[in-house]
Ligand binder design. Structure first.
Ligand SMILES: [Zn+2]
Length: 335
């Protein structure tokens, strides 16, 4: 029997993680067949990375995911068997800076068996403050498609911004770049299947490109360019399709907005003629309702696709993105 024990906090430090990892290894060594379900598999940190990896491998290798469907990914806690599985995986694929528990556990994994996709994702936006907009483009940003940002950037210069905005998959072009990076790494590690990975990746990237075209055309002519969301997960989507994101709760959906931040968003909703405030499926829509109630706007669903559950508006990334497109076209008044 595995000992089920969830660390009290993902931030307890590496010695605690090492202890639970050792426990997991000992426990699995005692199991009847001596093997672990994660041995030889590719371990992915959360849904978008899992989905891309599955599309690329097409079943050639087992792919597991650390963030179970329906779990809130930002505050993920790892069980000992999760960490044990990571240490025995053929490859661990994650995005550094998104899930602190995964960032810490990766330190226990042989670095030659880890792929961090954050670089490939080209994370040019910083995490917004609560009630702030999508964050400022980093100075090296070279795209012409990001709307001109406000002047408050200087106001944040006094402190460390911390992590970049991690929600790259909501821009299909960034997601495609991540898929290419995953494919290149899988092919290098497993040359026998390289042609399969290349073929599957080409098909996946083509589907992302078609989705990108649909989004661009569908969101070209819209009455309102202010995108008011509860969880500020849509900065890359906003940048790609010409919106300006105003997140109510900040980049982590469980952070609490201040009364001042709520008032600022409420004022914006009124002054900019915003008719729709977006909530997501996984999080209690309490703040979105507060702002909507005081301004007469309605609440609609925009899914950050951090996991797929039975209540998701679609069975996979592509279906949910197309549901998001329908929500956006209606909520932003697009013709
Ligand atoms: Zn998020």
């Amino acid at each position: 029997m595995m000992v089920r024990m969830t660390p009290a906090s993902p931030r307890r430090g590496l010695s605690a993680l090492a202890a639970v990892a050792a426990l997991a290894l000992t426990a699995s060594a005692c199991s009847s067949d001596g093997s672990s379900p994660a041995a030889g598999s590719v371990v992915t940190s959360f849904y978008p990375i899992q989905f891309a990896t599955q599309q690329i491998t097409g079943g050639a290798v087992p792919v597991t995911v650390l963030t179970k469907p329906g779990a809130e990914p930002h505050d993920l806690e790892l069980a000992p068997q999760d960490i044990g599985g990571m240490t025995k995986a053929r490859l661990v694929i994650y995005a550094d800076g998104f899930q602190p528990a995964v960032d810490e556990a990766v330190e226990l994994v042989d670095p030659t068996k880890v792929l961090d996709v954050a670089d490939a994702a080209n994370l040019t936006l910083t995490s917004p403050e609560e009630g702030d907009d999508a964050g400022e483009p980093a100075p090296e940003h070279d795209g012409g498609d990001v709307p001109d940002e406000h002047d408050e950037a200087a106001a944040h210069d006094g402190h460390d911004h911390g992590a970049d905005d991690p929600h790259f998959w909501l821009d299909p072009s960034r997601y495609g770049a991540v898929a290419e990076a995953i494919s290149a790494r899988l092919s290098r590690d497993d040359p026998e299947n390289a042609s399969t990975y290349a073929r599957n990746t080409a098909r996946f990237v083509e589907k992302l490109s078609e989705l990108d075209d649909e989004m661009r055309v569908g969101l070209e002519r819209c009455r309102n360019r202010q995108l008011v969301t509860s969880h500020a997960a849509f900065g890359y989507l906003a940048a790609r399709y010409g919106f300006e994101q105003r997140g109510i709760t900040g980049v982590s959906p469980e952070s609490e907005p201040s009364a001042a931040a709520l008032k600022a968003v409420g004022d914006l909703v009124t002054s900019a003629g915003v008719t729709t405030i977006y909530q997501e499926a996984l999080v209690e829509p309490h703040f979105a309702k507060t702002v909507a109630g005081s301004s007469g706007a309605r609440v609609a669903t925009l899914d950050p696709i951090e996991g797929i559950t039975s209540s998701s508006l679609g069975a996979d990334y592509f279906e949910v993105m197309r549901s998001n497109l329908v929500s956006l076209r209606e909520g932003q008044g697009c013709s």
